[in-house]
Design a protein around this ligand. Sequence first.
Ligand SMILES: Cc1ncc(C[n+]2csc(CCOP(=O)(O)OP(=O)(O)O)c2C)c(N)n1
Length: 583
Amino acid sequence: MSDRTVSEQLIQILRQAGVTRVYGVVGDSLNPVVDAIRRTDGIDWVHVRNEEAGAFAAAAEAQLTGQVAVCAGSCGPGNTHLIQGLYDAQRSGVPVLALASHIPTAQIGTGFFQETHPERLFLECSHYCELVSQASQMPRLARIALQHAVGKGGVAVLILPGDVLHRAAIHPTGENGLVTEQGTVAPDPTQVQALAERLNAARTVTLFCRAGVRGAHDLVMALAGKLHSPVGHSLRGKEWIQYNNPYDVGMSGLLGYGACYDATHQADLLLLLGTDFPYDTFLPQRHTVQIDHDLSRLRRRTPLDLAVHGDVAATLRAVLPLVEQKPDRAFLDQMLREHARALEQVVDAYTRNIEAHLPIHPEYAARLLDEAAAEDAIFTVDTGMCNVWAARYLTPNGQRRVIGSFLHGTMANALPHAIGAQCAYPGRQVISLSGDGGLGMLLGELLTVALHRLPVKIITFNNSSLGMVKLEMLVDGIPDFATDHTPVNYATIAQAAGLHAVRIEHPKDVLAGFTEALQHPGPALVDLVTDSNALSIPPHITAAGVKGFALAAGKVVLNGGVGRMLEMARANVRNIPHPALVP
Ligand SMILES: Cc1ncc(C[n+]2csc(CCOP(=O)(O)OP(=O)(O)O)c2C)c(N)n1
C-alpha cells in the first residue's frame, strides 16, 4: 500500500516499529486509521468491547514482550474510556502508544459534539501527548511518540483529528525504524568502590529486590552467596528472584509473609536492588544502600547511607570482584529458619477440614491452580484478593509470568490483561485470576475472548463480594456495607457468551474442574464459588494499623497459607551446610 494519506503513513510507521496489532473500538474520526489497518498486511485490528480493555491489553502485551503496543479510541468518549488502562501502563512503565482520534480541527474549541481536550485529559498518564493538527507533522510526530513510549517507558498519545487523518501525506514516510536497544546505566567507579566498602564493612547484609532485578538473578545469587545475605522481595520482584533461591526469606508488604520484614530490619545493612517499593513503613529507614538505574528513585522512600546510580546487573557485575567472602552465615541461617518457621505456622490456614469446607476456601483452590498450571503459564491477576492468592500461591520458576495492576491498583485488569497476553503469546497458557467484582466490571470482554477465540482461561473467584474492601472495613472496625452482591452464576453467562464454562461449588471438584478448563483448547471460564471470609486477621491489626489496602502502615500482614513457598523454605533450611542446625 502506498502511503497516500496521513492515516496510511501512520500505520506504515507502526509496522516499521514492529507493531502487529492495535486494540480498540472503531468510530467516526478513527475510521481512517482502522481502514488503513484493514488494507495493510502484517497488522491487525483487535476489536474489544470497551476501549479501557484495549488499553489494558496493550499494557499487558508491552509488559510481557517489552515491545511497544498500541491501542486506539475514537474522539470524546472513546478517548475517555482509554484512561484506566493507560494509567495502568504508565504506572507500570511499559511502552504503549494510544491513538486518540479527535473532532475535526475546525471545530476544536467550539463545544462541538463529543469535544474533549485530549492534551489535558491524558496529561497525567503519559510522557508525551501531542496534537497532529497538520499533515506536514507526519510521519515525524508518530516516530517521536513511539520513541517516547519506548525511551521513557510509558504512554505516548497521538491526538489525531479525523480530518487530518484523511488528508494527503505531504512528506515521504521513510524507512527509519524505532530505536529499541536500551543502553545500560553503568555506575560510576567511585560509587562502586564505596558500595564494596559498605558491603565489606557490614557484618550482616540483607538484599531486597523488586522488578529492577529482572535479568540479574544469577548476579544477585552470587552476591548473596558472598555476603551470606537473606534475599527478600516485593510482589513485583517475586517472579524474577524467588525461584532457585537458597537465600529466600519471602515477601514484604501487607501481603507479605515469612522472615522478610525481620531480615530487612535486623541486618546491619539493607541493600535495595532495583526497587521503588512504595510502602516506606515496611522499610527500616536506616542503614540502607540503594541501587537503581533511575536517578529520580534514589532516596524517595528512605534515607540512604549510599545511593548508587546504575543498572542492577551492571552494578553487581562491577562490584562483585571487590566484595569479600564473608565467613559467617549465622544471620542468614537464623533468617532461613525463622522464615520456614513462620511459614509452618500459617500453613494450617486452609488445610483444616478443607475438603469439606463450604463455600470453597480460595486458598485451597489457589494452591491447586498453582499445581495444575503450565510451567510457562502467564497469570494475570485482578486487584483485590486475587493479589493475595497470587502472592502466596503462584510458584515462580523463571518461565512463568505474573502480571497485574500492581502500581495503579485498578480493578478489572486481569481479563483484559489476559487478552493482550494471549494475543502476544498465542501458544502459551494464559490464566486470568479474576475477582467476581473485577469480572463484572468489564464483563463484556468475555465477548472479546469469544470473538477472537482466544484460549484464555478465566478463573473467577466468585465470593459474591468485593472481598478486599470487606476486609478493609473489618480492619477499620466499621461494619461492612455495600460490599456483597446477590450471587451470580458466571458459568451460565460465559456459556451464553460462547465460552466453555465450568461451575465449581464443592472443594472435591476443584482440581478436576481446573484440569478440564486448562485442557480445553478454546476459551474457558471456571466459576469458582468461594468463601468471602477467607482470611484470618491478626488480632493486633487495628484501624490505626491499616487504613485500606493501599495504605498499609506498620508491620502487619494478612494471615493465610503460603502454598509451595513452605516447601521451598523447608528445602532451603535442609540445605544449610551446618548439620547441627538442620531441624
Ligand atoms: C476501578 C476500581 N474501583 C474500586 C477499587 C477499590 N477496590 C479495590 S479491591 C476491590 C474489590 C474487588 O472485588 P472483587 O473483584 O470481587 O475481588 P475480591 O477482593 O472479592 O476477591 C475494590 C472495590 C479499585 N481498586 N479499582
